[in-house]
Design a protein around this ligand. Structure first.
Ligand SMILES: [Zn+2]
Length: 466
């Protein structure tokens, strides 16, 4: 139940005020409200009260699945990755594994964990169905036992990688839909995902999964209906608006591997626009970004059109992005979490274009941020710190000219899901009571961003943390 909550002595827009929440809304921001006016009184003790943060690009079900498996991301050496896989396989072969005998391993990074082939994987896991997901989320390596379980011989040839002799290497590329059918979509609890988001002050997310499909939509609907998933959710990967969810632009993939055709893409964009909906184009590489921007301009831009990632965006496109009002949804955390890898593999000519921030803003390009979780951590505060430092895990610097101040980076999480890159939401009367309370003033948080300072989170006026 939401009731009336009075938050006393909170810092809002630089002033100490009392804030009354009533009926899921901010009812009053001011001073001198008597505690008896509320059912619950919270002493903020000068901590900053912010609008709840919105993560503009996540994959909720992939986050849930990853929490249910083994995550190699914390493993910093090949030996540590081997140990994690071996341990998980040992558990699965002795007990009822959570996924019906399957072990799901996520976060494999060849740069940190060394080359992984079938021989190494089989040696680690033995007769156990193990699948290892590449850190990009696009590819899986299946153990020999796992290949037999799914019947890899029947897989569409386009997703199965083969060696020179024509035999499968065990790697499956862009085969999530097929694998999901073979392994089965098991309901994963979204409660842990929701708690993880609330713990860092996130009250809303945009799920950017391209083709959600009826099964996965039903999973999200059940999670919302049961109260497992308390955040507001906007969906990009559905054809029709779904009850209980915000409706975002339609996600379309611009994928070099599948072939780039600006004319065909412009046609698809125009078709989406005719349904009075904007588009969200997944574009990462230089060629993908050029294709995406060219196609939007050819179709005629619509307010709300956006580019997901824009990881290597040529400067020449900035003027067009700005003039057309296209928002770029960036992932500031990638510089920290994947920067060492990028420094090793990205074409030197492209390095200056990598994960741009400040130069976009200087050109007047609209920006908002997402984690792409589970690709990077859901923690926006770590992402904000990285946006400021532009440092990798090992401390290397990536595009230091792209640094921004922490307040600017925070703003990337404070815009409305329907208008990322637009006006910042504020704690003001009439606003939704989706709030994040810190245990320090905002200036202190921004000087050293750290999610540990998130003291409480409200969604629709209901405290969901602690
Ligand atoms: Zn994504």
């Amino acid at each position: 139940m939401s009731g009336r909550t009075l938050i006393r002595d909170a810092e809002v827009d630089g002033s100490l005020v009392d804030v009354l929440l009533d009926g899921g809304r901010v009812a009053m921001v001011g001073t001198g409200r008597r505690p008896s006016a509320a059912d619950q009184v919270i002493d903020a003790a000068g901590g900053a009260l912010l609008p709840g943060l919105h993560d503009h690009h996540v994959h909720l079900l992939a986050m849930a699945a990853r929490l249910g498996g083994v995550d190699l991301d914390p493993c910093d050496t090949p030996a540590a990755a081997d140990a994690a896989i071996t341990a998980a396989a040992a558990v699965a072969s002795t007990a009822d594994a959570s996924e019906g005998g399957w072990v799901r391993v996520a976060g494999y990074d060849e740069h940190r964990h060394g080359p992984l082939d079938l021989e190494r994987l089989d040696r680690l896991c033995g007769p156990c169905a193990v699948r290892v997901q590449h850190r990009t989320g696009l590819s899986w390596l299946l153990s020999t036992f796992a290949q037999r379980e799914v019947g890899l011989d029947d897989a569409p040839p386009s997703i199965v990688e083969r060696d020179r002799t024509g035999g499968p290497t065990g790697w499956v590329h862009r085969g999530d839909d097929w694998l999901g059918e073979r392994i089965g979509h098991r309901d994963q609890s979204l409660a842990a995902v929701s708690r993880a988001l609330a713990a860092v002050g996130i009250t809303g997310v945009t799920d950017a999964t391209a083709e959600l499909g009826a099964g996965r939509l039903a999973q999200l609907e059940r999670a919302r209906g049961s109260g497992e998933l308390v955040q507001h959710v906007t969906l990009l990967g559905v054809d029709e608006p779904a009850a209980g969810f915000g409706s975002g632009p339609r996600k379309l993939l611009v994928d070099e591997q599948l072939g780039l055709d600006p004319d065909a893409l412009a046609g698809r964009i125009a078709a989406v626009h005719r349904t009075h909906r904007s588009v969200a184009l997944h574009a990462v590489t230089r060629a993908e970004n050029i294709t995406a921007v060219t196609a939007i301009l050819a179709a005629g831009p619509r307010p709300g059109d956006r580019i997901e990632h824009g990881a290597i965006m040529p400067f020449e496109l900035d003027a067009q992005l700005a003039a057309a009002g296209i928002t770029v949804i960036i992932q500031p955390a990638l510089v920290g979490e994947r920067g060492d890898h990028h420094l090793a593999v990205v074409d030197p000519d492209d390095l200056a274009l990598l994960h741009r921030q400040a130069s976009f803003l200087a050109a007047g390009v609209r920006l908002a941020a997402g984690s792409d979780a589970p690709v990077t951590s859901v923690d926006p505060w770590r992402a904000i710190a990285t946006a400021v430092s532009r440092r990798t895990r090992s401390g290397a610097s990536v595009g230091p000219a792209e640094r921004v101040d922490a307040r600017t980076a925070l703003g990337w999480y404070l815009t409305d899901p329907t208008d990322p890159g637009g006006a910042l939401r504020r704690v003001e009367p009439g606003a939704p009571a989706d709030l994040c309370l810190l245990d320090v003033p905002l200036g202190e948080m921004l000087a050293a961003p750290d999610a540990a300072h998130v003291h409480a989170t409200w969604i629709d006026g209901v405290m969901v943390r602690p």
